[in-house]
Design a protein around this ligand. Sequence first.
Ligand code: NAD
Length: 333
Amino acid sequence: MSYEQLTSPIRVGVLGFGGLGQAASRVLAPKGEMIWVAAADREGYAYVSEGLNPDVCIAAYQSHGSVGYLEPGGTLSDRSIHDLIKQASVDGYFLALPNLPNTFIASVVSQFIESGWQGVLVDAIKRTSAVEQLLGLKQPLAAAGITYMTGCGATPGLLTAAAALAAQSYAEIHSVKITFGVGIANWEAYRSTIREDIAHLPGYSVEKARVMTDEEVETLLDRTNGILTLENMEHADDLILELAGICSSSCVKVGGVVDTRNPKKPLSTNVQVTGRTFEGKISTHTFTLGDETSMAANVCSPAFGYLKAGIALHRRGIYGLFTAAEIMPQFVK
Ligand code: NAD
């Protein structure tokens, strides 16, 4: 799709209106090529065909607990995603949903397939096993006329794509090492992200983290001074880079440090790609994100870049499942 062909703004929905969902609404606000028309959370949804106002939606969510309280445009529902899909006219959805349990996003995708809706879906899913479930839906997605972009946040996402690009200098890739630093002022702003990170700690699992009460999370964070140190994470960057033919998944390592009490990053997020050039030289490319860029900026903005790329594919009749390393994101104006 060339820029000229984009005649009307892409109509965007955001599923999940927690930390990332709210940030997504703010990322979209100044864009001319996209218009944010729909949102859903656990208790309800909001749909306004002419566009939603982030400030008003965030205020409704923060004061009452759901965008379903928005007036006008809000509806309370315990089947919010199902009801929204049926009612709204949306070209593409960003799934800013928790993947708790680890099968949740795949179940939402099945719901889309069954609904008969056609368009583009983008996720910022993290676990390898979660992307594997989506791979199993590749054919049903294609048959349903859905273009699905998976792993399109920061990691997997921006950093995986950067690794795919960096790999081009080499004849052989030896390792891809992703190290992220995240600083957030308080864990409550990103409850699911923190729970999913806890699930990677030794002695924890997705199920164990999912059922932890907020008090139990706080007790754990008190013990660690608010810091989560994560190593050898089960992160889909490995599968995504293997699927893209860049290296075997065993060459990819992901870890990081999350400070839940300080918006300053504890370390600079980076990806290091080591390989051998055609002349036999071993070298490492390093791509480092600016420390001022937040997790929200590095997840939501790429997600919409991939959504725009997905729309270009969809308009050409190309459906199915694509990863962040397979398709170049497009810049959204
Ligand atoms: P959050 O806990 O702040 O918000 C989750 C939202 O989802 C809430 O609004 C909740 O009401 C809604 N929700 C929960 N169940 C629902 C249901 N059944 N139907 C409709 N809505 C429902 O979450 P967050 O911290 O913003 O994280 C969202 C996701 O983003 C997590 O899965 C996290 O792992 C992922 N993430 C990815 C990256 C990346 O780089 N790829 C980085 C950060 C976070």
